[in-house]
Ligand binder design. Structure first.
Ligand SMILES: C[S@@+](CC[C@H](N)C(=O)[O-])C[C@H]1O[C@@H](n2cnc3c(N)ncnc32)[C@H](O)[C@@H]1O
Length: 246
């Protein structure tokens, strides 16, 4: 009998340089060599986070939503920049959905790849216990940073979320390998949780993904990529598309 209180962990193979590869999806968690640079370019830059962090007023809060928490690298990079640029009384809320969370041992192993992020990875690891299906909220940096992890399939978890997301990181493996993370139903959830001006960054420029995001109300634009990715995309939510005239 399966125990519904335990998540199904990610099945990971490690290459000879210590990088994780998903056996479930036959895909890499992040690009070879360009991991952090790609995160900065695709998710931080396309969502203008440097400027938005710097402009946060005391007491202000920026809410980032992510599809695919994986090793948490995007979260650590977003937090590191927030710590560097945001007002001491501003807050960051990072909400991420993950179907197959890494086991604690695998997460620790992944974190060894980025010793420079240790001030951010260690506090998360300390709280990365009893990760279970459903929502869990981790409070970090004395409450200044909140991480909400939604453990389960994105299409089951996102409809239960009540939030107002300012910036999205779409990071659910390549659409060809994992089409479930790029469906119109999922994008309708992103739209529901967005407000006019909510931004989005993703590494994929696949045509049907782009068209489905536009259908959901995001104005999408291809921009120059990084490393092996020639182009990536950013988007801005324009509000719910007008209903067709009766
Ligand atoms: C490219 S990896 C994410 C990398 C991650 N952002 C990082 O910084 O390591 C994609 C993630 O999406 C998760 N995923 C794939 N399909 C999913 C689904 N239907 N619902 C929720 N998570 C899913 C995978 O388990 C994997 O951890």
């Amino acid at each position: 009998m399966s125990d519904t209180t335990l998540p199904q962990h990610a099945q990971i193979d490690w290459d000879d340089q210590g990088r994780p590869h998903s056996r479930q999806y036959d895909d890499v968690y992040f690009a070879i060599n360009e991991g952090i640079d790609e995160t900065l370019h695709v998710f931080i830059e396309q969502n203008h986070l440097r400027q938005r962090y710097a402009e946060l007023a005391p007491g202000g809060c920026l809410v980032i939503g992510e599809t695919g928490f994986g090793t948490g690298m995007n979260f650590f990079c977003a937090w590191q920049l927030f710590a560097e640029l945001a007002h001491a009384e501003a807050r960051l809320h990072f909400v991420s959905v993950e179907k197959y969370p890494l086991s604690r041992d695998d997460l620790e192993r992944a974190m060894r790849l980025w010793p420079q992020l240790a001030p951010f990875t260690r506090p998360l690891l300390d709280q990365y216990v009893a990760i279970h299906p459903g929502f869990q909220q981790l409070s970090l940096d004395g409450g200044r940073v909140t991480l909400t992890l939604m453990i389960g399939d994105a299409l089951e978890q996102l409809p239960q979320l009540d939030a107002r997301i300012d910036a999205w990181f779409l990071d659910g493996f390549a659409p060809a390998k994992n089409p479930d993370m790029w469906t119109p139903e999922l994008f309708a959830q992103l739209a529901r949780l967005s407000h006019p001006g909510t931004t989005l960054g993703t590494f994929t420029t696949t045509g049907w993904v782009r068209r489905a995001l536009i259908e959901a109300g995001f104005a999408m634009k291809k921009v120059p990529g990084i490393g092996k990715k020639w182009e990536v995309m950013h988007g801005v939510y324009g509000g719910a598309p007008a209903a067709p005239a009766a």
